[in-house]
Design a protein around this ligand. Structure first.
Ligand code: SF4
Ligand code: SF4
Length: 168
């Protein structure tokens, strides 16, 4: 199956997410602590859909220089200075880090909205009072990624980021 057009759509989705997160950030108008070297959110054990993993396998330049995984306890792609070594092709989940997140969940017979933000960014925002447009809504992009993964093949198979080094 593994249609190249599907893989190209993953790149386009990542670009669209970057555009949308920039809009969210502009609406937020708050000084977030996120910056190069701040890496508390780059946890070990993150998994991504196979189709996103394939983009990293093909396009991350680090493979050409034979780089090795970072030590366990943090994401294998983090470098010694706390920067991402695959920043341009990092997966979706990494592109929304730091933003206020909102989602919907069932609570009995009700559907309620949940919100959260990195504790380092919490002092800069009034999470509850934020307008919807100043938050990243979890759901739509996840659904789009899942449909791309289905089109790619292999069901909804996920791959640990660290496992990408084992295949090299
Ligand atoms: S891929 Fe990059 S941004 Fe994502 S968790 Fe790993 S180091 Fe952090
Ligand atoms: S989300 Fe939190 S830990 Fe991650 S870069 Fe932003 S401030 Fe740092």
């Amino acid at each position: 199956m593994h249609d190249e057009a599907t893989l190209a759509l993953v790149g386009r989705l990542h670009a669209a997410v970057d555009h949308m997160t920039a809009q969210t950030r502009a609406a937020l108008q708050a000084p977030l602590a996120c910056q190069r070297g701040c890496s508390g959110c780059c946890q070990d054990g993150l998994t991504v859909f196979e189709v996103e993993a394939e983009r990293i396998r093909r396009e991350a330049p680090i493979w050409r220089s034979g780089q090795r995984p970072g030590p366990e306890g943090a994401c294998a792609f983090l470098d010694a200075e706390g920067a991402c070594r695959i920043y341009a092709v990092r997966p979706y989940v990494c592109r929304t880090q730091g933003l206020p997140l909102r989602w919907f969940e069932e609570d009995g017979e009700e559907v309620v909205e949940g919100r959260d933000i990195c504790p380092l960014n919490a002092p800069a925002v009034d999470l509850i009072a934020l307008a919807e447009g100043a938050c990243w809504t979890i759901g739509p992009v996840e659904e789009r990624l899942a449909s791309l993964q289905q089109a790619w093949g292999g069901g909804l198979r996920r791959v640990a980021l660290r496992a990408l080094f084992e295949a090299e």
